[in-house]
Design a protein around this ligand. Structure first.
Ligand code: STL
Length: 359
């Protein structure tokens, strides 16, 4: 049974209900009605797990109804294959793992045709990268048995799908398609027709993958709103959307691979430590603090308690069992940025080492 896949960290969180819901939802069909009742009793805990560290839910009422009525709903996230899997991908992967623990069936779309439409390479180049990405996501902790990986081109070239694209192209104004791409496209100044097809296909992916929930970074929200509006006219359901935050880079400015302000899954430990040690982290500042964000979105997800090691003369070690407690002490200047950074580097390297060992 799937409970075996639950880690000690999750058990430590002592939310027994989650374990029960997952165990029950994934056991046998005869138990379904009983389990369904039990799972309802625990809906609140499931909702908490599903929505933690999420920036936006569209809509919360629809999500609550889904959780109440369906012990095994489905969710997908799409990625353009990328040679550089980094902290941003890790945030969505962590969220997918939460969703798996909450009983969701997870699909990861390796959106090779979307990468092509966004002019990221030839289809051959993109196919190799997609394969590497699948290995990365499994190494990041997505269960290979319970995750469906789908290559976009495996269904997006069917006559049915293409007919839907053309139908949606008739229904959607050029202005709307262009605006939906504001946050995601390159060459916003000189957009190609391919970049107008892109959001229509992304909307249709939700329908063709048959998922209840579309997840992505908050930069995907305009495309998701387009999907919610346009899909019903084609006879499909409007999806629930779950948006994770897009964080700043370690230097406190917008993340960008050329600025070296991000961390890759395959980055050597010394480089991770160096980047974190020179990260933006003013004394007592909580807002837009990328080092605190590492604790919130990466470290506390994997480690229920963390220790800040300090010499006795600086007050000795500190232990924290929640992000909020650490954040409050940092805000009160009880934790110095240098100690916060050293601790972040230690835990990030432990996390990344275990990822690398699984690749
Ligand atoms: C990017 C960066 C990123 C997300 C995406 C692309 C998402 C692409 C996508 C494509 C098709 C879908 C869903 C998502 O159905 O963070 O360049």
């Amino acid at each position: 049974m799937d409970t075996m896949a639950l880690s000690f960290a999750q058990l430590n969180e002592s939310i027994v209900s989650r374990v029960l819901v997952v165990a029950v939802a994934s056991s046998n069909a005869y138990l379904y009605p009983v389990c369904y009742c039990i799972s309802q009793w625990f809906t609140m805990d499931r909702l908490e797990l599903v929505t933690r560290n999420v920036e936006e839910v569209v809509t919360m009422d629809e999500l609550k109804a889904l959780l109440e009525n369906n012990p095994a709903p489905s969710v997908y996230v799409g990625y353009e294959p990328s040679g550089n899997i980094h902290l941003g991908h890790m945030i969505t992967a962590n969220k997918l793992i939460d969703l798996q623990q909450a009983g969701f069936k997870v699909t990861v779309l390796l959106a090779d045709l979307h990468a092509y439409l966004n002019r990221k390479g030839t289809m051959e180049e993109i196919a190799k990268i997609a394969d590497y990405n699948k290995r990365c996501f499994i190494a990041l902790g997505l269960s290979p048995e319970n995750t469906r990986f789908v290559l976009g081109s495996s269904y997006q070239l069917s006559p049915e799908y293409e007919t839907s694209v053309l139908k949606m192209a008739c229904d959607t104004t050029l202005n709307r398609a262009r605006r939906s791409m504001d946050e995601v496209s390159r060459d916003a100044e000189d957009p190609r027709v391919s970049q107008m097809i892109y959001p229509l296909m992304q909307a249709l992916d939700i329908a063709y993958l048959g998922v209840d929930v579309a997840m992505g970074g908050i930069d995907q929200r305009k495309i998701h709103m387009l999907a919610r509006e346009e899909l019903p006219a084609l006879g499909f359901r409007s999806p629930i959307c779950l948006h994770t935050p897009i964080l700043l880079g370690l230097d406190g400015t917008k993340m960008s691979s050329s600025k070296g302000n991000n961390i890759s899954v395959d980055e050597p430990a010394e480089s991770v430590t160096k980047k974190i040690e020179k990260a933006f982290c003013p004394i007592g500042q909580v807002a837009d603090n990328p080092v605190l964000d590492l604790f919130r979105y990466h470290i506390f997800i994997k480690y229920p308690t963390i220790t800040i090691e300090r010499p006795e003369k600086f007050g000795g070690n500190l232990e924290y069992a929640s992000y909020d407690a650490l954040r409050d002490d940092f805000a009160a200047k009880k934790v110095h940025p240098m100690d916060l950074k050293k601790t972040a580097a230690k835990y990030m390297n432990l996390i990344l080492e275990s990822v690398r060992n699984r690749m």
